[in-house]
Design a protein around this ligand. Structure first.
Ligand code: G3P
Ligand code: CA
Length: 249
């Protein structure tokens, strides 16, 4: 059965990419978590989707322009609901501390504004420190970031994220096997509309996992399950668990 990977945690019932969202997803019985990481001005990795804090906190500005201490003063819960007031920006270490029982930990490294790839080695170092390197699956839209991961540790598993507008699509579709080899990929993470049964079969024959995103509709979950997809990245972990495992979570 496909693994259920909760996108930004249980982001419909708690503020996305916060510890409460990840804890709620784990309580629903998911197989894995997806998050997004950025590096602060002082070189710390924090969990947040956007490169600014404007949408998800009561502050303003780019993560890369602030220290962790500055960012920790902000409230990442209040804009979602009053009951989450006081929720702080999680560090990647805090996120990893929740992940011991998971089958897959999908850390998406967002591109740094200056294109720097220093986050790659740090994501891996912290995963090893937490004893989670086997479950780790690093994803990125940026092939250069994935190459930096492979350079930091040849055994780390990486996944390319892509959508129709991604610059890499032409090269990828020309020869999926050659592309995967060039970038040392263990998995492909396509936008869900790009996946069909034949594509999954081709990737399977190449030894590549496929975990589409963001799979929120029951009919898509059912199709991917029946086609033997490896995992689904979803905003609807309870629905996905029911479709995949008959769980009533
Ligand atoms: O992991 C897939 C998905 O998270 C990629 O898009 O914008 O939600 O990070 P985004
Ligand atoms: Ca993401």
């Amino acid at each position: 059965m496909p693994l259920v990977i909760s996108h930004r945690g249980a982001n419909r019932i708690a503020p996305e990419n916060t510890l409460p969202a990840f804890e709620r997803a784990i309580a629903l019985g998911v197989d894995g978590l997806e998050n997004d990481v950025h590096m602060t001005k002082d070189g710390r990795l924090v969990v947040c989707h956007d490169d600014t804090v404007d949408r998800t906190s009561n502050g303003r500005g780019r993560i890369c322009d602030h220290t962790l201490e500055e960012l920790r003063r902000l409230d990442f819960g209040i804009r979602f609901a009053p009951e989450f007031a006081g929720t702080r920006l999680p560090t990647l270490e805090e996120f990893y501390a929740l992940c011991g029982g998971l089958k897959v930990i999908d850390v998406e490294i967002k591109r740094a504004p200056d294109g720097d790839t220093a986050s790659a080695a740090e994501v891996i170092r912290l995963a090893k420190q937490a004893g989670l390197e086997k479950q780790l699956l690093i994803s990125s839209f940026d092939p250069a970031m994935l190459l930096a991961c492979a350079a930091a540790d040849a055994d780390v598993r990486t996944a390319l994220l892509y959508m129709p507008a991604s610059p890499c699509c032409e090269e990828l579709y020309e020869d999926i096997g050659a592309f995967a080899k060039k970038y040392h990929l263990a998995a492909l993470h396509p936008m869900v509309g790009l996946v069909n049964e034949a594509y999954l079969e081709e990737c399977r024959s190449l030894g590549l996992m496929v975990n589409p995103w963001t799979v929120n509709l029951e009919h898509a979950l059912v199709s991917l399950r029946d086609w033997g997809c490896d995992g689904v990245i979803t905003d609807e972990p309870a629905l996905a668990a029911r479709v995949m495992y008959g769980k009533s979570a």
